[in-house]
Design a protein around this ligand. Structure first.
Ligand code: ADP
Ligand code: GLC
Length: 480
């Protein structure tokens, strides 16, 4: 079965979040199952520079505002998997964030930049761009790739199976309605209602309507988005899709995230030999300028600093965390007011709060390895990957009961501790008080090293690798 994955991000070349980790790992897991899997990416500088063995497959244009577009085929750096790249310098030769201009605003031609991605996927499916390879399944990720499903559906001669994965419904890919004239899509009658969302054009809606199957990145999020609270106005449409909508949990690439082999951390360790984790913690405390106290519980945040992620809850619970003797390290970037509040907290408590505003892959590994507890108090969380990384590193996740967090973290209640099923801490209310209270419980349990170790080992032994999820995706493809 020939499967084409269509996305903007792929680790380690282009990454703003978990999407990149998924797009790097899932196609490899599918290829390991014997599926003939390729990836299609926009020709951002990091992609063109990062692929090997690039050769030209076809040229076309003008299209989408670009005079000439070259489709190239190369190989991904680590896996060697074949990857198509759309070389359109006029649209993609821009460094930095793939979606935003240096002033922090969306690039004004984003509708053309991402429509082209879907358009090329559909024309590969039609056999018009590469005579030697034609996908039977086009699998598009998030709204950026969403028009792939619409372009395929609008060609009555194509029977390509289309799958669309929702990584985050909050980003709906909205543009002024008149921009449709740039996209080469029919927009009248039924098509209009398929592309239009309250007077705007929505790439996300177009995908949800047109893809043969839709899935979200965890079972709980797949249910949540069918409710008004989590549906962003698209819940009715999602309910209407019935059994065409499913939830498939993301996996972890343990080649990248395993304390036994991680080259980015100062000492390796395993569930049976945890001494290395103590070394990681001590070195991290020194690096952060904290008092090097082995018995001070070290809390960590590795996250986009946004309200989705509940970062304001952490700021509200910080006094309790510090009063209980905890230390906090934060790495992330995002909304200006949240960044400023964390910066102020670090300035006020330099001995116990450290904040790195920015993106640093190696530092994120050192933090996940060195911390005792990872905080993920999200308001909504489609899947969440950092809690899965934390579990593998013996760092207990403390999460809100939403989306993929609810599916992966089992609360340390007395009953679950006794049963040996607890792997972290879970709270319900999206408020600082509820978070502070669960932080208090974690601080108490931390003083019981036997139970703590049992919970650590439970999480470290769990297998969230891609193998199971790849089986589910393959079954989804075969069903259509
Ligand atoms: P989301 O995709 O919503 O941001 P996920 O938990 O799925 O959330 O994925 C976030 C990914 O980004 C993880 O791989 C995490 O380690 C990484 N990450 C987040 N912030 C940073 C940062 N400041 N520096 C390095 N990696 C980060
Ligand atoms: C999105 C979600 C996150 C998920 C990631 C990968 O960015 O916010 O929860 O883990 O996509 O699917």
């Amino acid at each position: 079965m020939r499967v084409l994955h269509v996305a903007v991000e792929i680790y380690p070349l282009v990454k703003t979040g978990g999407l990149a980790d998924v797009v790097a790992a899932l196609p490899v897991a599918l290829a390991a199952r014997g599926l003939d899997t390729r990836v299609l990416l926009p020709g951002l500088p990091a992609v063109l520079n990062g692929l090997t063995d690039l050769r030209r497959i076809s040229r076309f244009g003008p299209a989408f505002g670009a005079a000439m577009i070259t489709l190239r085929l190369g190989r991904l750096p680590d896996s060697g998997l074949p990857a198509y790249v759309i070389d359109a310098p006029f649209l993609y030769r821009r460094d930095g964030n793939p979606y935003l201009a240096p002033d922090g605003r969306d690039w004004r031609d984003n509708h053309r930049r991402f429509a082209l991605l879907g358009w090329v996927a559909a024309h590969l499916a039609a056999g018009e761009l590469d005579r030697n390879w034609q996908p039977e399944v086009v699998h598009a990720h998030d709204w950026h790739a969403g028009l792939a499903a619409a372009y395929v559906a609008q060609n009555p001669a194509l029977s390509t199976a289309t799958v669309f994965t929702i990584h985050n419904l909050a980003f709906r890919g909205l543009f002024p309605l008149d921009h449709h004239a740039d996209l080469g899509l029919l927009i009248s009658g039924a098509n209009q209602s398929a592309l239009e969302f309250h007077g705007q054009l929505s790439f996300m809606k177009a995908a949800l309507v047109h893809a043969k199957r839709v899935n979200a990145v965890s079972p709980t999020y797949a249910r949540e988005i069918c409710t008004p609270e989590f549906g962003w106005g698209l819940d009715g449409l999602l309910r209407d899709r019935g059994t065409d909508l499913s939830g498939i949990l993301n996996g972890v690439d343990y080649a990248v995230w395993d304390p036994g082999s991680d080259q980015a951390i100062p000492a390796n360790y395993t569930a049976s030999h945890l001494r290395g984790k103590k070394v990681c913690k001590a070195k991290l405390q020194t690096e952060l300028g904290f008092a090097r106290r082995a018995n001070a519980p070290l809390f960590a945040v590795v996250s986009r600093l946004t309200s989705q992620k509940g970062m304001d809850l952490i700021l509200g619970a910080l006094p309790d965390l510090l009063a209980g003797g905890g230390q906090l390290v934060v790495i992330g970037s995002g909304e200006a007011d949240i960044e400023a509040a964390f910066r102020a907290a670090a300035a006020a408590h330099p001995e116990a709060v450290s904040v790195y505003l920015g993106y640093d892959d190696a530092l994120s590994h050192r933090i996940i390895a060195g911390a005792d507890i990872l905080l993920v108090p999200s308001r909504f969380e489609p899947c969440g990957l950092t809690q899965l990384y934390a579990l593998r590193y013996g760092t207990l996740p403390l999460v809100r009961r939403v989306g993929g967090l609810a599916d992966t973290v089992s609360d340390a209640t007395p009953a679950q501790i006794k049963a040996g099923t607890a792997n972290g801490f879970v709270f319900d209310d999206a408020g600082s008080r509820a978070l502070a209270s669960r932080i208090g419980d974690a601080l108490t349990l931390y003083r019981d090293p036997v139970v703590w170790l049992q919970i650590q080992r439970r999480g470290m032994a769990q297998d969230f690798s891609w193998a199971d999820s790849a089986v589910r995706y393959e079954a989804l493809y075969r069903s259509i």
